[in-house]
Design a protein around this ligand. Sequence first.
Ligand code: HEC
Ligand code: HEC
Length: 267
Amino acid sequence: MKSMTYAFQMGKVLHNLDSSDFECKFRLCLFLPAGNIRAFTTLAWSRMRLIPKPLPRRIVLWPALLLICGLNLSGCRLGATDAATRGKELFETCVPCHQQDGSGSRVLGAPNIAGMKEWYVEEEVDKFRDGVRGMQFSDMEGMRMRPMALSLPTDEDVKTVAHYVESLPPVRHASSLPGDPKAGGALYATCSACHGANGAGNQDLGAPRIGGIDDWYLATQIRKFKSGVRGANPKDFEGQLMRPMALTLANDDAVRNVIAYIGTLQP
Ligand code: HEC
Ligand code: HEC
């Protein structure tokens, strides 16, 4: 009897080491409520009486215990795989515009999101869901994206798909806009305070990676910040940080030059 309780406890310890997945813990809790161990062992022993005498009970008991422990552990791995598969499944919704590899579609105005940080994807998808982005009729691309964000049923799904997006290897496209990176370098001094000298971004400030992002998309977004299509909503805390920065770029030449400079960065 003692050995059985011990084996259960070991299973529990091993499980906790193996995974921090809540779903698994929950599953395990269903499996091993401490109060039921006694009832279960009593039941197990009464069943043992049905086994023919010549077969020593221990021979039957130990493989059964090992099997139960094994099931607990494999259950955890199954949980982890489920999350990855679910992420891929959810991403199928995004593929028509952002492509299978996440590299985006210029024709549709859908940005290259491959390898984009989970925190930023989650934050922006939430903004689309909450109507902080993509609510104005003049914002054609935003209005295209918003219903897609709303199609994700739960916060958990947003997190799962965001995690999947980050796992996609970044794709870098050649530059498509003319501009003078030298002149842009001086302008970028302002931007580097938040986006970093190499354009890698800064999560503490909510500033995303802009190095390696397609130039046409950077141009569109800067234009949106300047006109107030993005970053003017009082609920958009990060957008409100960014908007005055876009307004420091006096004209289209300045926008093109700073983008040409961003194109030289290796985050
Ligand atoms: C119908 C086409 C379409 C689909 C499907 C779509 N998107 Fe988008 N997405 C867009 C467009 C267009 C934009 C650009 C919006 C803008 O210019 O403000 C965008 C923007 C985004 C952004 C903002 C990126 C940034 O740098 O600001 C994220 C994140 C994003 N999409 C994630 C997703 C995810 C995740 C899915 C799948 C659940 C998805 N999208 C499905 C068209 C789409
Ligand atoms: C005070 C900090 C700060 C400075 C300085 C700053 N930004 Fe930003 N930027 C942000 C934040 C925060 C966001 C995210 C806004 C959001 O969540 O919608 C952002 C977003 C952006 C985006 C949108 C990226 C995307 O994927 O959608 C672009 C493009 C951008 N910044 C370019 C610039 C440029 C160019 C400069 C310099 C002229 C600059 N930023 C200066 C904070 C800053």
